[in-house]
Design a protein around this ligand. Structure first.
Ligand SMILES: NC(=O)c1ccc[n+]([C@@H]2O[C@H](COP(=O)([O-])OP(=O)(O)OC[C@H]3O[C@@H](n4cnc5c(N)ncnc54)[C@H](OP(=O)(O)O)[C@@H]3O)[C@@H](O)[C@H]2O)c1
Length: 281
């Protein structure tokens, strides 16, 4: 595939509420302090990426992901869907703080609006749990606070992150949920194979993070990659997209070459034989 023919649209599309996105998107967590961060964002959009995941807590001493997005992409293309997450937050030195209270969430949403230069956010995920420990306990109060901001028009659609199927049921009873964002990949499936399917049945997108980085180099992945003349990262991304029509990839990179590789993975079709070879990992 030449760089001229690479397009995020080859991965197909999915509807997040009333917005349609290409299933190959982009995660903004790896942009800070990278020489080509602004170019990477502009190139992503040029390649058809119209789903970008970000957070106000993606920042370094010098840069913030939201401000890089603002600088690179404003005025925003009509079809661009920006997705942020609140609930988690860090102090100015970068240390993680305890999970946000319902009262703190408005300030976090407003911070995202300010940094991104928008009057509403397309999708806001409530991120629960600390680090990679799945959230436990009720999210009703916090999700209810975000549902109020949705009613006010600051948020268009809601999602949840680092959660269990029980959290999805709890949130859905309060307000519509368009996506679940969890750690998931060939090497880190946890208990989420079934969750991916049940999200699809409920018309909810499943958005895996760490799809590339989770796990160790693996012979089976290398074999399938060699067969298709692609890289291991591309096989890992394509594998996630094959898990269901509702899976949206958001690989993160600060590297232009990796970006093109990742977007191109949206066109990679794995055979039943490939999938069976990879499945036991
Ligand atoms: N909801 C949550 O709690 C949560 C948590 C973590 C992340 N996220 C979101 O999910 C997105 C994806 O996660 P992620 O960025 O950490 O992980 P990822 O996409 O699995 O991998 C990113 C890492 O892999 C490298 N990489 C990317 N493409 C590559 C390629 N084609 N070949 C080789 N290496 C490659 C990147 O380095 P280079 O920059 O050098 O390419 C980076 O170190 C994040 O950007 C963020 O938006 C959400």
């Amino acid at each position: 595939m030449t760089t001229e023919t690479i397009s995020a649209s080859a991965a197909g599309t999915w509807r997040l509420g009333d917005r349609t996105v290409n299933r190959m998107g982009f995660g903004a967590m790896r942009l800070m302090d990278r020489e080509h961060a602004v170019d990477v964002l502009r190139r992503a959009v040029e390649l058809g990426v119209n789903h970008i995941d970000t957070a106000a807590f993606y920042f370094s001493a010098r840069q913030s992901a939201n401000e890089l997005i603002n600088r690179a992409l404003r005025p925003y293309p009509e079809d661009l869907v920006l997705v942020t997450k609140v609930g988690a937050h860090r102090d100015t030195s970068g240390e993680w703080l305890p999970q946000a209270t319902p009262e703190q969430l408005r300030g976090q949403v407003e911070e995202n609006l300010r940094q991104l230069g928008r009057d509403h956010i397309d999708v806001v995920n409530l991120r629960i749990g600390m680090n990679l420990d799945r959230g436990t306990g009720s999210l009703a109060d916090r999700f209810g606070a975000l549902a109020e901001l949705r009613e006010e028009g600051l948020i268009r659609h809601l999602g949840i992150s680092n959660v269990s199927p029980e959290h999805l049921a709890e949130a859905t009873a309060i307000a519509p949920v368009v996506c679940v964002q969890n750690q998931y990949g060939l090497h880190a499936r946890r208990e989420d194979d079934e969750f991916v399917r049940s999200c699809a049945e409920q018309d909810v997108a499943f958005v895996p993070f760490f799809a590339v980085t989770s796990g160790q180099p693996d012979d089976r992945v290398a074999e399938v990659a060699a067969k298709h003349g692609v890289t291991a990262a591309q096989v890992l991304l394509a594998w996630t997209l094959h898990r269901g029509p509702n899976v949206l990839a958001i690989p993160g990179t600060g590297d232009l070459g990796h970006l093109e590789e990742n977007v191109a993975a949206g066109a990679l079709r794995l055979s039943e034989e490939d999938l069976a070879r990879l499945d036991p990992i």
